[in-house]
Design a protein around this ligand. Structure first.
Ligand SMILES: NC(=O)c1ccc[n+]([C@@H]2O[C@H](COP(=O)([O-])OP(=O)(O)OC[C@H]3O[C@@H](n4cnc5c(N)ncnc54)[C@H](OP(=O)(O)O)[C@@H]3O)[C@@H](O)[C@H]2O)c1
Length: 319
C-alpha cells in the first residue's frame, strides 16, 4: 500500500492564496477524485488570519456523509496558548467553525513551553473523554518531549499521541534518526509536512529575492522561519545538484522530491505526506507526480549523496 496523502490547507482563506470557497471546493474535488479523503487544517491557517481555513471547511461541510476525514490543530505559537482553559476555548471555537461535534485528529501544533506539558496533556485527555476527537496528534515536539507524552499516557491512562506532524523532505531528513525510532517503538504514525520545502526546490534562486507574499517572504513569520531553515549555501547547492541529475532524466526537482518521499523515504504504511499547493494547478501537478512510480536508481543515489553532504546544515527535525 502506498504512503497515504493528506491535503494541507495553510494557504486557504480570503487572506491566503486560495481566496474563495469556490476555488477551495474545486481543490477538494480534485483531491477526492484521486481517491483521497484525509484533510489537515489548523486554528492558525492561513498564517496571520486564524480561523479562515476552518471556516471554509465548515461552510463546505466536508465531513458530511463521510466524504472526508478532518484533522485540526489547537491554537499554538503563543505563550500560554496551551493552558487548560485556553485549549478548551480554542477547541470550542474550532468545532463551531468547522460545524462538527468532533474531529478525527486533534493536534497540539507546536510546543508551548510556558505551560507544563502535564497540564496541556490533561486538558487534551478531558476533551478526548468528552468525545471531541478520535486521535491525539502532536507536531514539532522534540524527541524527549514526545517520550514525555507517551510516559504520561502510560502513567495516568491518558490518551497517547498516535501521530506526529513533522518536517521531512529530501533536504530535511533529521527525523529519520532523531524521531522515527521513537515513532516506530510507540506506534506513532509520521505525517511529513513541507514535502517541497515550501517551494524551495522550485521557486527560490540563490541570488534572487524570494517572491513577495510567498512562503519565503521575510516580512512574514513563516517567511522568516523558512529562510532560517533553508537559506544556507549547502542547501542551495543541493538543489542545484538535484536539478542537474533531474535534467538528465527529464524529471523536475518537485517530482523527485515527491516521488522520493512516496517510494524511497522511510515513510511506510500508516504514514502520510501532507500535500501543499497555493493553487489548483500546483495541486494537479503534485498529484500527478505522486501518482508516478519509483525514481531511477541513479537519482535515488544522488539524493542520498546530497543528504550526506548537507545534513549538518539541514533544518532541525523539531522546533
Ligand atoms: N504541523 C506544522 O507545523 C505544519 C507546518 C507546515 C505545513 N503543515 C501542513 O502541511 C501542508 C503542506 O506543507 P507545505 O504547504 O509547507 O508544503 P510544500 O508542498 O512543501 O509547500 C507548498 C508551497 O510550495 C510551492 N509549491 C507547491 N506545489 C508546487 C508546484 N507544483 N510548483 C511550484 N511550486 C509549488 C508553493 O509555493 P508558492 O506559494 O510560492 O507558490 C506552495 O505554497 C500544509 O498545508 C499544512 O496543512 C503543517
Amino acid at each position: 500500500m502506498p504512503v497515504d496523502l493528506i491535503l494541507g490547507s495553510n494557504n486557504v482563506g480570503p487572506n491566503g492564496k486560495v481566496k474563495t470557497i469556490e476555488d477551495f471546493s474545486a481543490i477538494l474535488d480534485l483531491f477526492h477524485s484521486h481517491g483521497n479523503i484525509h484533510l489537515d487544517t489548523a486554528y492558525l491557517y492561513p498564517a496571520g488570519h486564524p480561523g479562515q481555513a476552518e471556516t471554509f471547511l465548515g461552510d463546505l461541510q466536508v465531513t458530511k456523509d463521510g466524504k472526508f476525514i478532518l484533522d485540526t490543530k489547537v491554537r499554538s505559537f503563543e505563550d500560554g496558548a496551551h493552558a487548560a482553559d485556553e485549549i478548551c476555548k480554542s477547541v470550542e471555537a474550532q468545532l463551531k467553525r468547522l460545524k462538527v461535534d468532533k474531529v478525527h485528529t486533534l493536534y497540539l501544533h507546536a510546543p508551548d513551553r510556558t505551560v507544563s506539558f502535564e497540564e496541556s496533556h490533561k486538558a487534551i485527555n478531558e476533551l478526548y473523554k468528552q468525545g471531541k476527537f478520535e486521535r491525539f496528534g502532536i507536531s514539532n515536539y522534540q524527541p524527549d518531549e514526545v517520550l514525555g507524552f507517551v510516559e504520561r499516557a502510560n502513567k495516568y491512562g491518558w490518551v497517547a499521541p498516535s501521530c506526529y506532524e513533522g518536517l521531512y523532505n529530501i533536504c530535511s531528513r533529521r527525523a529519520e534518526t532523531e524521531l522515527l525510532p521513537i515513532f516506530r517503538e510507540h506506534n506513532i504514525a509520521f505525517y511529513a509536512y513541507s514535502p517541497l520545502a515550501s517551494g524551495f526546490f522550485s521557486n527560490i534562486k540563490r541570488n534572487e529575492p524570494p517572491p513577495a507574499g510567498g512562503p519565503f517572504d521575510p516580512t512574514t513569520f513563516n517567511g522568516q522561519y523558512n529562510q532560517g531553515w533553508f537559506f544556507k549555501d549547502a542547501l542551495f547547492t543541493a538543489v542545484e545538484e538535484l536539478g542537474k541529475v533531474g535534467e538528465e532524466y527529464g524529471i523536475p526537482n518537485n517530482a523527485i522530491a515527491l516521488r522520493w518521499l512516496r517510494h524511497h523515504s522511510q515513510l511506510t504504511d500508516g504514514d502520510a505526506i501532507l500535500v501543499g499547493y497555493s493553487n489548483i494547478g500546483q495541486l494537479k501537478q503534485n498529484l500527478e507526480y505522486l501518482g508516478q512510480g519509483p525514481l531511477p536508481q541513479q537519482i535515488v543515489e544522488v539524493v542520498d549523496k546530497i543528504w550526506d553532504a548537507i545534513k549538518d546544515d539541514a533544518p532541525e527535525a523539531a522546533m
